[in-house]
Design a protein around this ligand. Sequence first.
Ligand code: G3P
Length: 215
Amino acid sequence: MRIFIDTANIEQIKEIHSWGILDGVTTNPSLIAKEGKDLRTVVEEIAELVDGPISAEAVSLDAEAMFEEGMELSSIHHNVNIKLPMSIEGLKATKALYNEGVDVNMTLVFSPQQALLAAKAGARYVSPFVGRLDDIGHTGMDVVAEILDIFDNYDFDTEVIAASIRHPLHVSQAASVGAHIATIPHSILRKMVSHPKTDEGIEAFLADWEKVKNL
Ligand code: G3P
């Protein structure tokens, strides 16, 4: 499973990139807004750091404007893909961008039916929002698994990004069901590294070594 970071914060991206495990970056308008910079600047900064897919989200609501915005954003760097919200207009714009060779990440996907339509329209990625489904009493990861089955049945090239990841268990569950990618917030990536038994083990090994190192 490829690991993307779900953030627009350059320091967080730098840190996780330094671990050697980062394959890409996803942003959304809320994450960009937190940084207080314009989208182009943020995307340029990310592209200098990470050699992998970078999602930049269009904010227009009609297909023609989404297409124009998508073309503009994709011109920033060859690694940029365009996040479009799942909607009729989003599907139309996905097809138009696909025809121009621009990758689309169809976002705000909450059902297998939406994912099927996104794949049919030529989306390169679909992003089911696992945590937000859990929030309303569904099992978000079941939707990821069902989408994967459907794509597998018909050999779609569209890849599934498990998004709206809220805790480390979501990450291992995404990997268990075979999600191609998980996009993970910085805080959860850090939590994934830690285990109290690891810390305890390191401490015990070092304490034992101290006892004998000068023998
Ligand atoms: O970037 C989209 C998605 O990952 C948002 O997550 O936690 O705001 O539901 P969340």
